[in-house]
Structures are given as structure tokens and as C-alpha cells.
Design a protein around this ligand. Structure first.
Ligand code: FCB
Length: 441
């Protein structure tokens, strides 16, 4: 058997990503809490991973002991600003101790300022539907950066604007479940304005900061490449989901089905791009889905599917995502801010990890400026409308007892982080089924 390794540049960030509402527990003052109470989710977040109760300490210990040198977490706006005219200094202090806790463990924090949830008071005002949100978000960002900059200089302004807008305004999976394309576009434009305002505020307060946004990039392939209709619906879906916001940040203009929206203040507002990559979609023309503009997205029958079929192991898609980013934003540093698969018994995760890291390494070998990788996630957590039905953690979680379960992927990822690379020995030990693919004779 060949013995080989795929190494990464010195200083590469290896970590995991989490989001406040998904891990903290007892978040009762935001739109997701209300969404849960109204019965739109599969179970309720409840105590989640009980980070707000202090269990972040043991989870950060786990991350540090297994060689991770970075962690991406988010702060919960509704805790820090429970009402428009009220700041909760204790909540900020709690976040300060969490970040200090990361630093003490040798872990570099990346803080996300908006990860899907909105305070109830903001939701009452229509959240991101109107421009009124922009100065409010900027004020919140200033407060947070001022309080946390001692420990953090790597900021993610907004998480997955496309998923936020599509979930809440094209489908009814996310609050407010409105299904209104025009509103979805306004929301996306306001997220771009909010991102730009946040970017400038961060730099005004912390000149050495590096700020960017995390983008959910979704490669898509036509089901039958020879079919013009499949190619057409593929292009419509692909452009709709992937392109609008990133090109607004590159050009200052957002093209929507309703015309062009000028957002000149957004142009060039990023020091890195965060890429959240999960799976490649196949798209077929299908008259039965008018709501999806006749493009049905699915995974092929023989695909390497996750437990609930929510995502699939298509590692080349990560390479394609990085290539797309380098073409849109030449020379911009890239960070994989999320990547993972839901699998309770861990039978797919080791090969998913190894194959994706291999694809990222291919990108590094084209001198693409990839600076870090954050696996989703450190421990199983509350998966939005899918609730507790999906298990994305390196560590499992027993929701009743709060016990953590060490999955074999923990040891594979630890080996990768410590080696700053992937070796043939690791693949042989943790996922021999893909050995031939990664190390062909
Ligand atoms: C992403 C979200 C993240 C998590 C993963 C599985 O879209 O950003 O919070 O739910 O999906």
C-alpha cells in the first residue's frame, strides 16, 4: 500500500463550528423560540447542549484535547439586547468568559454576529424585511465588538443570508414562513446592507480585525446533462441560490428578478469569504413543482446519503466551491466555515471528513488561499426545523442526560488537526473503504 500524506500550510485553522441557539439552551427571547412553541420544529431546543449553563467548558476541553486550534461560535442578539433600549452586561460578560476560555485553551475564536435568530422585538418590526434593521444591527455589532475585541479579531458578520432568506421567505421552514419572493429579495438586500455596516463598524473599532460573511454555496448539476430543460432549470436554481449576494459584495449591485438594487456600500467589504459547503444537488426539469420554478432538486439513488437523506457525501463539490470563490474574489482568503454530515452511528462521517479534507488539499495545491476548516459540528445540537432528528456532532449528545458520546470521528479529526494534514495511515484505520480513491496505486 502506498504511504502518503496531504499536508496543509503552517498556521492552518482546524476547528469546529457552532451557533448560539443550537448549543446554548434556554434561549426564550428570539423568533426561533416562538417558532418552536408554535410547533414548527421537530422537538424543542430546551437546554440544547447547555452551554449557557456552563457546559461550554467541558466541550471546549474536548476540542482542545483533540488538537483543535480554532472554534467558530455565535453570540445571541436577544440575550445581549433583550429590548431595544436595554443591554444585558451580564450576557456580554458570559461571552467574554467563553472567549477567554477558548484563548486559555489555545483556541482561536471566530465570532458570528448573526446566525439565523432575531430578537423577538426585532421580529415584531419585520426583522430584515425593511432597511430599519441596518442601523439597529450596526449598533448591536458595535456593542459586541467593543466588549469582545480583547479576545477576538476574526468576525463573521452574517451566516448564510441565502438560507435565512429562502427558509423564511420562500419556504415555511424558518420563521416567519411567509413565502413571498419579493420580500425574500428585500431581506437579502438588507442582509447585504447590514453586512456592509457591520464590516465598517468592526474595522472602525478594531483596525486589525478580519471580517467576512459565511456563504452557503450549493453546487448543482443537471440530472441529464444532454437535456436543455434540465440545464435551464439547473441554471435558474443555481443562480438564484448562489450568486445574488456574493456578486453584490463584489460589485455593489444586487441583481434580482425584480431588477437591480444598488448597494454601493457593500462593495469590497470582506477580508475573507466563509464557505459553508455540505452537498451537491442534482436538478431535473419537472412540471410537478411549479413552486420551485419546475426545477426538482434531489440526490441520486446510489448516493452516499446521510441518515435522514438531508445531505450527501459529494466531496468534489468542496473543490468546486473553492474554485468558484477564487474566480469571483481573486486572492481573497477563504475559510471553510462549515462542512459536515448528519450520521448518528458515524458510519459515513470518517470518509466524509477524509474525502472533503482531501478535496480542500487539492485546492491548496492550486495555491488557492484556504486558511482554515471548521467542521460542523463539535457536538450534536438543535438543528433548526429538523430539531433533534439530525446528528452532526463529532461527539454525540444524549439530550435527556446531557452525556456526550465520543464517536470514532473524534479520533480521526484529532489526528488530522495534530498532523496538520491527512495521511494514508489515518484513512487505512478510519475509512479503509475510500483508501483506493484517495491513494490509488
Ligand atoms: C447550516 C447552518 C448550521 C447548521 C448546518 C447543518 O445551514 O448554518 O446552523 O444547521 O446547516
Amino acid at each position: 500500500m502506498p504511504s502518503a500524506s496531504f499536508h496543509f500550510p503552517k498556521g492552518f485553522l482546524w476547528g469546529t463550528a457552532t451557533a448560539a441557539h443550537q448549543v446554548e439552551g434556554s434561549n426564550t427571547n428570539n423568533n426561533w423560540h416562538r417558532w418552536e412553541q408554535e410547533g414548527h420544529t421537530n422537538g424543542k431546543s430546551g437546554l440544547a447542549c447547555d452551554w449557557w449553563g456552563g457546559r461550554w467548558k467541558e466541550d471546549f476541553d474536548r476540542a482542545a484535547e483533540t488538537g483543535q486550534n480554532a472554534h467558530r461560535l455565535s453570540v445571541e442578539w436577544s440575550r445581549i439586547q433583550p429590548a431595544p433600549d436595554r443591554w444585558d452586561e451580564d450576557a456580554l460578560e458570559r461571552y467574554r468568559s467563553m472567549l477567554r476560555g477558548l484563548r486559555e485553551r489555545g483556541i482561536t475564536p471566530m465570532v458570528t454576529l448573526h446566525h439565523f435568530t432575531d430578537p423577538l422585538w426585532l421580529a415584531e418590526m419585520g426583522a430584515w424585511e425593511t432597511e430599519a434593521v441596518v442601523p439597529l444591527f450596526e449598533k448591536f455589532v458595535r456593542k459586541v465588538v467593543e466588549a469582545l475585541k480583547e479576545y477576538c479579531s476574526l468576525w463573521c458578520t452574517v451566516n448564510e443570508p441565502n438560507v435565512y432568506a429562502a427558509g423564511g421567505y420562500l419556504s415555511d421552514t424558518f420563521p416567519p414562513g411567509k413565502k413571498n419572493v419579493r420580500l425574500a429579495m428585500s431581506v437579502l438586500a438588507n442582509l447585504a446592507r447590514g453586512h456592509a455596516a457591520a464590516y465598517r463598524a468592526i474595522h472602525a473599532l478594531q483596525p486589525e480585525a478580519r471580517a467576512g460573511y459565511a456563504w452557503h454555496y450549493r453546487p448543482m448539476v443537471p440530472a441529464r446533462p444532454w437535456s436543455p430543460l434540465d440545464r435551464l432549470v439547473r441554471n435558474i436554481q443555481y443562480n438564484g441560490l448562489n450568486i445574488t449576494f456574493p456578486s453584490a459584495v463584489s460589485t455593489g449591485v444586487m441583481r434580482t428578478p425584480f431588477g437591480r438594487v444598488r448597494i454601493p456600500e457593500a462593495k469590497g467589504t470582506q477580508d475573507f469569504l466563509g464557505i459553508n459547503y455540505y452537498s451537491v444537488d442534482t436538478v431535473a426539469f419537472d412540471l410537478r413543482v411549479p413552486g420551485e420554478l419546475f426545477g426538482r432538486r434531489f440526490y441520486p439513488k446510489d448516493a452516499d446519503l446521510s441518515d435522514s437523506g438531508f445531505n450527501v457525501n459529494t466531496p468534489e463539490g468542496l473543490f468546486d466551491s473553492l474554485r468558484w470563490a477564487t474566480r469571483l474574489y481573486p486572492d481573497l482568503p477563504l475559510i471553510v466555515t462549515e462542512n459536515g454530515i448528519e450520521c448518528a452511528d458515524d458510519h459515513i462521517r470518517p470518509r466524509y471528513l477524509a474525502q472533503h479534507i482531501h478535496q480542500m488539499w487539492r485546492g491548496v495545491n492550486f495555491n488557492w488561499p484556504v486558511k482554515g476548516y471548521f467542521h460542523w459540528s463539535l457536538v450534536d445540537n438543535f438543528e433548526w426545523e429538523r430539531g433533534w432528528t439530525q446528528r452532526f456532532g463529532l461527539w454525540g449528545l444524549d439530550v435527556e442526560t446531557q452525556a456526550r458520546l465520543r464517536r470514532p470521528s473524534v479520533d480521526l479529526y484529532a489526528a488530522i488537526c495534530k498532523e496538520n494534514g491527512l495521511t494514508s495511515g489515518m484513512v487505512e484505520k478510519y475509512c479503509p473503504e475510500v483508501y483506493e480513491k484517495l491513494f490509488p496505486e
